[in-house]
Design a protein around this ligand. Structure first.
Ligand code: PMP
Length: 388
């Protein structure tokens, strides 16, 4: 296999070699104190990455969809009302999950490229009776970022639980769980957390754990039940062991290494790096005349870019970019799938990766006959990356 390519899809991303090496260390017994020390440190550090002091972390083998599943099934009982804000494919998935667990679901669906209206959400909440409101921090199908801080305020004001899908945002987009009052922030390992796929992660507020304890009916999914995982998470954090279902030992090693790297960079610096690199990339894309899916600049995610193909060019662009050594992703939103492509920029990303990707996109576009000012995207990105 040719390993010399840059993986610029919205997860899995290019992983740090130290994180990958951690995966190949000898597998310890999950019931050993040595493993408890590693897992315990990872749980404590997860709280720091989410900027939550008292939230309860859960790390479970599975993907991001399991994390969505867990949040809903534990906090919403059959018949309870949920308000789902959908900014694309993954918002719609959250609605499907809530329906599957027999919730009474209201969906506010944003037009493609827009964020769901919080004013409209408030109108629904005013009517009362909602248990939870959900949103997707960055919907990976549209590249639209939602104002999660404002969502937290709204949810707190109306006394409903807030559940935010951070799969394409966590550890890349600014997020402050305690300060913003978000009850569940959930994610997966393979994006800005920068660990190979296979872990569902979340931090749950004290208020949401209290709501869980007050449930009147059993959780409809056995593996996902907070109550079965809680003693395990608590034990590992205290350096002890407990068993419910076997943890993904080697992925936890990798998580431990990556979270230490993330905290060594520092959350404020990490947010600022993602913001700057996203701006450089996105303004580079603007400079060569490609239209982006988010309808306003302030809706653009810091973790990925979604851009429409120019007139006369389609998904063959992906192959042409690949031939230049960079892998980007196809469209995902069913309504515009063949009209746009997606570029992930998160986690281990450097300024060099941004320039490499823009250069590859330019060469690919040129090879397909698109006419533009050569070097314009790289030039614009450089102006942002080295302003003085
Ligand atoms: N939510 C969002 C925003 C995502 O981007 C994804 C995955 N691309 C998921 C949920 C589902 O995660 P997974 O594919 O790991 O199940």
């Amino acid at each position: 296999m040719d390993e010399k390519f840059l993986l610029m899809i919205p997860g899995p991303i290019d992983f740090d070699p130290a994180v990958l090496r951690a995966m190949s260390a000898k597998t310890l017994s999950h019931m050993s104190v040595e493993f408890a020390e590693i897992f315990g440190r990872a749980l404590k550090n997860l709280r720091k990455v989410f900027l939550s002091e008292k939230g309860q972390p859960f790390v479970v083998a599975g993907s991001g969809t399991l994390a969505m599943d867990m949040a809903i099934v534990n906090l919403v009982e059959p018949g309870e009302k949920v308000l789902v804000l959908s900014s694309g494919f993954f918002g719609d998935r959250m609605a499907d999950i809530a329906k599957r667990y027999q919730a009474d679901v209201t969906v506010i669906k944003a037009p493609i490229g827009e964020a769901p209206s919080l004013e409209e959400a408030e109108k629904h909440l005013k009517k009362g009776g909602f248990k939870a409101i959900t949103a997707t921090h960055v919907d990976t199908s549209t590249g639209v970022a939602v104002d999660v801080k404002a969502l937290g305020e709204l949810a707190q004001r109306y006394g409903v639980l807030s559940i935010v899908d951070g799969v394409c945002a966590t550890a890349g987009m600014e997020f402050r769980q305690d300060e913003w009052g978000i009850d569940v922030y959930l994610t997966a390992s393979q994006k800005a957390i920068a660990v190979p796929p296979g872990l569902a992660l979340m931090v749950v507020s004290e208020r949401a754990m209290e709501a869980y304890r007050k449930r009147r009916s059993p959780v409809l999914n056995y593996y996902a039940d907070f109550g079965l995982w809680l003693p395990v998470m608590e034990a590992y954090e205290e350096g002890k062991v407990a068993y419910f279902a076997t943890p993904a030992v080697n992925l936890i090693y990798a998580l431990d290494v990556s979270l230490q790297q993330i905290l060594a960079e520092g959350m404020e610096k990490r947010f600022a790096r993602h913001r700057l690199l996203a701006q450089a990339f996105q303004e580079g894309i603007d400079a060569i005349g490609l239209k982006q899916v988010p309808v306003r600049k302030e809706l653009r995610a810091w973790t990925l870019t979604t851009a429409y193909y120019p007139e006369g060019i389609g998904p063959e662009l992906l192959k042409a970019i690949k031939a230049e050594g960079v892998i980007v992703a196809a469209g995902l939103h069913p309504e515009i799938k063949d009209k746009y492509f997606r570029v992930g920029h998160m986690g281990t990303l450097t300024a060099g990766d941004v320039l490499t990707t823009l250069g590859a996109i330019e060469r690919a576009l040129a090879s397909l006959g698109y006419r533009f000012e050569k070097g314009a995207s790289v030039k614009r990105a450089q102006e942002i990356l080295c302003p003085t």
